[in-house]
Design a protein. Structure first.
Length: 391
């Protein structure tokens, strides 16, 4: 499963200090327990699973169906990483808004400090996953959160979220590095929506552009061919192509100057032309190449080369994880562990929450000393719960 998507209602607000402090402690304890028992790679795989991630956020006590669960859960893990350092077993970079732009430097700093090989590859993975979901896939959601998780051995995953400009929804994108072979061709081998099918908002087909769809391969190749041409010729062709209705216009028909900043596009196209990219992934990775550039090139590629674009929404009509429909009905049950910030299904039970933090930390401490009795007891409890369908 390379890339998955979750659909969530867009909520405002933040976690109160008393809850976020506990979320950080609980997130750290759970992460260290998983790393101790199954290794850091397993924690990365779980974070890349949108169902598990949502259940994790519910266990931490955040609003069970809120878009804020994404940012607060990632923030709690990042704070846990600061507190526990190498003992956490995984490393966290990025975050919401301005913090997301610090991701590359945070990766490099951690890689240098820990002598992690492949730091440049990790930075490349961070940048490309963000570029794909912000520019190559134009599905109506603007990215505002990017969290990058990685291990000392170079395993990584991404959890990032976009905001719908014209509606009350957020969309979360999950990437798992070990299965990503090509950033620009079907990185979303499986998609799992956490909302019900009836509540998934339909993105306007008029604006949707999916340049990482397999059927968009001709458009990707043609886009690269176009940027190898002289910028003046390219911009002249763009002007001719946008004189009338286009596939990617807003509600009005013409693609007007306010939709494409021609001077900025000229500067970007000139820069790209000088770099002579070999493929679409290289083109997408060039600084300054964003949604407008990708959309313009895709339009021209279709007009000039008859290279079809894809308007397929990666979150609609894709297969889900086997057994996904059952799991989707159950992940919210994890909010019953400690309650929720908004009082659903009941107000947060602070005493139980604090006791469970202590139990987990003590279990991890003993396990590191060779005493696995408590961890094994938790595992037995888990097996018993799974075998009891009436619970």
């Amino acid at each position: 499963m390379k890339r998955r998507i979750a659909q969530l209602p867009l909520h405002s607000g933040k976690a109160p200090a008393w809850l976020f402090r506990r979320m950080t402690q609980m997130a750290g304890a759970i992460t260290m327990a998983i790393v101790e028992e199954f290794g850091p790679g397993e924690m990365i795989r779980r974070l890349a699973d949108p169902w598990w991630f949502q259940a994790f956020g519910c266990i931490l006590g955040f609003d069970w169906h809120s878009s804020g669960l994404t940012t607060v859960t990632c923030g709690a893990l990042k704070e846990a990483a600061k507190k526990h350092g190498n003992d956490l077993g995984i490393f966290v970079a990025g975050g919401k808004g301005a913090a997301s732009r610090k991701t590359p430097q945070e990766i490099v700093t951690a890689a240098d400090r820990l002598s992690i090989s492949g730091g440049d590859d990790l930075v490349h993975a961070s940048r490309m996953s963000a570029k794909v979901d912000s520019a190559a896939v134009q599905d109506g959601y603007d990215l505002y959160h990017h969290a990058f998780f990685f291990t000392a051995k170079g395993a990584w995953c991404v959890v990032q979220q976009g905001m719908q400009a014209e509606g009350p929804w957020a969309r979360r994108y999950h990437w798992l590095g070990e299965h990503v072979k090509d950033f620009v061709c079907e990185p979303h081998a499986a998609i799992q929506d956490l909302s019900t099918q009836t509540s998934i908002p339909q993105t306007r087909q008029l604006t949707l552009l999916n340049m990482v769809a397999q059927e968009a391969a001709p458009s990707r190749r043609a886009s690269v061919d176009l940027v190898r041409e002289r910028p003046d010729w390219l911009l002249h062709e763009l002007q001719k192509a946008t004189e009338g209705p286009t596939l990617f216009a807003p509600r009005r028909h013409p693609l007007l100057d306010l939709d494409v900043n021609v001077p900025r596009l000229r500067k970007i196209v000139t820069t790209v032309y000088e770099q002579h990219p070999a493929d679409f992934a290289t083109l997408l990775g060039i600084a300054g190449v964003g949604p407008a550039t990708v959309r313009s090139l895709a339009l021209l590629a279709e007009i000039i080369f008859k290279a079809p674009v894809s308007q397929r929404d990666p979150a609609v009509g894709s297969r889900t994880v086997p057994g996904g429909s059952t799991r989707q009905r159950q992940w919210a049950d994890y909010a019953h562990a400690h309650g929720g910030k908004d009082g659903t299904p009941f107000p947060l039970d602070r005493s139980t929450y604090d006791r469970n933090i202590s139990i987990l930390h003590e279990s991890v401490r003993r396990a590191k000393l060779g005493d696995h009795e408590r961890m094994e007891a938790l595992e037995r409890l888990s097996r018993w719960e799974r075998s009891s369908p009436n619970l």
